[in-house]
Design a protein around this ligand. Structure first.
Ligand SMILES: Cc1cc2nc3c(=O)[nH]c(=O)nc-3n(C[C@H](O)[C@H](O)[C@H](O)COP(=O)(O)O)c2cc1C
Length: 311
């Protein structure tokens, strides 16, 4: 089975690995691309020199397609990054956390395929007006930075698919397996993006405590908190994030404390972003198994549904 996105991006499995600060780097992204999906390198860490090295590393690690996310709010030297992306002939970019009108036309002019990440129908209108090739539609149930007033994937994806039938959609937020993928296709998506599932993969570089918290976490164990000076984030429920939620106080995002969570395994020092779908993740798996199982199950479910309709 092919979709508009497998055709457009030249991938075998319509699963995109979410860009995630410090996590979506070459070991994870190359594993996803080698398994037939689309790996994405993050920029939201703001560590541009490291990121440039990661982009260079991708060339050596895989000859399959991959892309880069430009998280506009977090990249200080946008011009330097764009120049680097053009020089290195990066063919696919998702833009997020900013106005699509700023970067989409420039990326398109340089021959890059561009999708913009949107949390709302209004966001999709702006992305379409900016001339995107496709849209990543992010439901509020997903992990990471969110529009606090957001809506679920179930509401956003079909409405955006109906309003912009010419634009391929990557559905993000709540997608983890064949069942949820088949649902995404029924809603009008052409691919899914997985974030939380990828955090809890064997190739994810984060500390095992975070991975195990996802496996142990229930669907009700996430909190939408405000980050100091930044957007809202869906995070794992910890003492710190619960207190921030109850006190209506933003959480401080001290870089050293964040790294203490990411790589030191201290689940209370920083915040660990995670989606509600953690309630459906029961083990840490290699990326290739996650992709192959989800895609096989998705196609089996769609086939069975088609047969049911025929009876
Ligand atoms: C740990 C983490 C970090 C994230 N960082 C980013 C980011 O840097 N840029 C971005 O566009 N989205 C980011 N997201 C959101 C993901 O791209 C994705 O849309 C979301 O995780 C999908 O929902 P799911 O968690 O239910 O799979 C992040 C998500 C997580 C879990």
């Amino acid at each position: 089975m092919q979709t508009r996105i497998t055709d457009m991006l030249g991938i075998e499995i319509p699963i995109v690995q979410a860009p995630m600060g410090w996590i979506a780097r070459s070991p994870l992204a190359s594993a996803v691309s080698l398994a037939g999906g689309l790996g994405i390198i993050e920029t939201s860490s703001g560590e541009l020199d490291v990121i440039k090295g990661e982009i260079t590393a991708m060339r050596d690690l895989t000859d399959k397609p991959w892309g880069v996310n430009v998280a506009q709010m977090f990249v200080r030297d946008i011009e330097g990054l764009l120049t680097f992306l053009f020089e290195n002939e990066v063919g696919f970019v998702t833009t997020s956390a900013g106005d699509p009108a700023v970067l989409v036309p420039r990326l398109k002019e340089a021959g890059v395929t561009v999708f913009h990440v949107v949390p709302s129908i209004r966001g999709a209108e702006k992305a379409a007006a900016a001339g995107v090739d496709g849209i990543v539609v992010e439901g509020i149930e997903g992990g990471g930075f969110k529009n606090a007033k957001g809506a679920s994937s179930l509401v956003l994806v079909p409405e955006i698919a109906d309003r912009f039938p010419e634009l391929p959609i990557v559905a993000a937020g709540g997608f983890v397996d064949g069942r949820s993928m088949a649902a995404a296709f029924a809603l009008g998506a052409d691919a899914v993006q997985m974030g939380t599932r990828m955090v809890a993969s064997a190739e994810s570089p984060i500390h095992d405590n975070w991975k195990q918290s996802i496996v142990a976490g229930k669907e009700t164990d996430t909190v939408l908190v405000r980050g100091q000076g930044g957007p809202a984030m869906r995070t794992l429920r910890t003492e710190r994030t619960t207190k921030s939620d109850e006190d209506h106080e933003p959480v401080a995002l001290d870089p050293a404390a964040m790294m203490g969570t990411y790589f030191g395994g201290d689940m209370e020092s920083g915040v660990a972003m995670s989606g509600q779908v953690q309630g459906r993740i029961h083990s840490i798996e290699p990326v290739a198994d996650i992709l192959q199982t989800a895609w096989r199950d998705c196609q089996a479910i769609m086939t069975a549904m088609g047969e049911q309709v025929g009876t």
